[in-house]
Design a protein around this ligand. Structure first.
Ligand code: TRP
Ligand code: SF4
Length: 405
């Protein structure tokens, strides 16, 4: 993915520190983050303020989970040399942007976000009729826009929040991207590209504006992406000047839909903390084995001699993820003919999970033993994130008329 400035595309995502991570998170989210960090400029953060919107009455849960969440990420291979790992509340710029965005966000946009009513109904035991909870998705918009992220890896349930973010960005740019002296500033920016490029740009712009020549527009956009010695703000002005749309201060991000995790739980339902059917990432080997040995199987196999049907058994779902062709053949055959027992059948699943979790557990232990190391990683991430955040915020303040001193 390339961007207007030609920089590596930026990916941002966050997780709320509300509990231990399990295999479902690993297969659904973290493996994806580990892959993304190799190809993109990644920002991953602990959304502790977001946790507070629903867990304001159990604040000790949050503090404890912040560090355990970071350790889980590191243990799964999120690499602080490749991605910035930080904590939302340590980058207070998110809060200022949230406040500023709130000035121009229609109330109806927030009331209409599906998670607003849904969550209030699902979490009836909590009082979520708060100002903070209504603003949840707008805080998320600030998280995303403050880094000018291009892509946001999220699950299905969060797509509406990214959609809102796009609308808020569009509205913001529309309201504040038209500087009073926009044309002058754009002309000045064009001159900074040098005579030849400035003339080429002017021609292309004319061809697009007067004849609707979209090829000329494309060439002009490519020309801008090639400019190394003008600022990003100037590039954006020149982009906006091409089609008269004004300057894009907050680019619209895209949702990068994470494929729904195929990870089933111990009872055949989706693996989830609230169902209690999970294997946590730091599950000790004994408990893991015990959990698999006692998980339910095809109810038709009451006795060892009763044949069973793998497609009616949650253990089979694990074989589909963890076992190769030969083992799967062995299961299908052995189960249907009562040739193997359920404990025999579970053995390769237990082994595969142990093999998968062993290095994760080992790395987690290293980090648990060295809390200073974890704190240092996060402190560095906080600083790096703040630098980026301050830059965007500076532009936002200026655009909103707040740059006086
Ligand atoms: N709301 C997200 C969740 O519950 C967490 C989150 C907060 C987030 N800010 C974000 C995710 C910004 C992506 C981008 O999962
Ligand atoms: Fe399930 Fe395997 Fe037992 Fe068949 S043999 S019922 S697939 S655990």
């Amino acid at each position: 993915m390339s961007t207007l400035s030609g920089r590596q595309s930026r990916v941002l995502s966050g997780m709320r520190p509300t509990g231990k991570l399990h295999l479902g998170h690993y297969h659904g989210v973290l493996k994806n983050w580990v892959k993304l960090q190799q190809e993109h400029d990644c920002f991953f953060f602990v959304a502790d303020w977001h946790a507070l919107t629903t867990h304001y009455e159990n604040r000790e849960v949050i503090a404890e989970n912040v560090w355990s969440l970071v350790i889980d990420w590191l243990a799964c291979g999120v690499n602080p040399n490749m991605a910035r790992i930080f904590v939302q509340s340590r980058v207070p710029e998110h809060a200022e942007l949230h406040l500023l965005l709130s000035m121009v966000t229609p109330l109806g946009w927030l009331e209409r976000v599906p998670t607003y009513k849904d969550q209030q109904e699902q979490l009836r035991e909590k009082d979520l009729a708060t100002y903070g909870f209504l603003g949840y998705p707008l805080l998320q918009s600030a998280d995303i826009l403050i880094y000018q992220a291009d892509a946001v890896p999220v699950g299905e349930d969060q797509v509406a929040h990214v959609e809102l973010t796009r609308e808020v960005a569009r509205r913001f740019n529309h309201l504040f991207g038209r500087e009073p002296d926009f044309a002058d500033k754009a002309e000045a920016a064009a001159r900074k590209m040098g005579k030849k490029n400035a003339r080429l740009y002017a021609n292309l712009r004319k061809r697009y504006q007067e004849q609707g020549d979209t090829e000329a527009l494309e060439v002009a956009v490519a020309l801008l992406a090639d400019q190394q010695n003008i600022t990003l703000a100037d590039q954006e002005r020149l982009r906006g000047y091409l089609d008269g749309s004004g300057r894009v201060i907050l680019p619209e991000p895209k949702a990068l839909l994470t494929p729904a995790s195929r990870m089933p739980g111990l009872d055949g339902r989706k693996m989830s903390k609230s169902y209690g059917n999970y294997i946590s990432l730091r599950e000790d080997p004994k408990t893991l084995e015990q959990k698999i040995r006692t998980m339910p199987t095809d109810p038709a196999r009451v006795r060892r001699t009763d044949p069973g049907e793998p497609t009616k058994c949650p253990v089979w779902d694990f074989h589909k993820i963890y076992s190769g062709k030969d083992t799967r053949e062995w299961v299908l055959q052995g189960c249907r003919s009562a040739g193997i027992g359920c404990l025999d059948c579970k053995k390769p699943v237990i082994d595969a999970m142990q093999t998968e979790l062993e290095p994760i557990r080992a790395r987690a232990r290293e980090y648990e033993k060295d809390p200073d190391l974890v704190r240092n990683i996060v402190n560095e991430g906080n600083e790096a994130a703040r630098e980026e955040a301050r830059e965007t915020l500076g532009e936002v303040r200026e655009a909103m008329g707040l740059s006086y001193r």
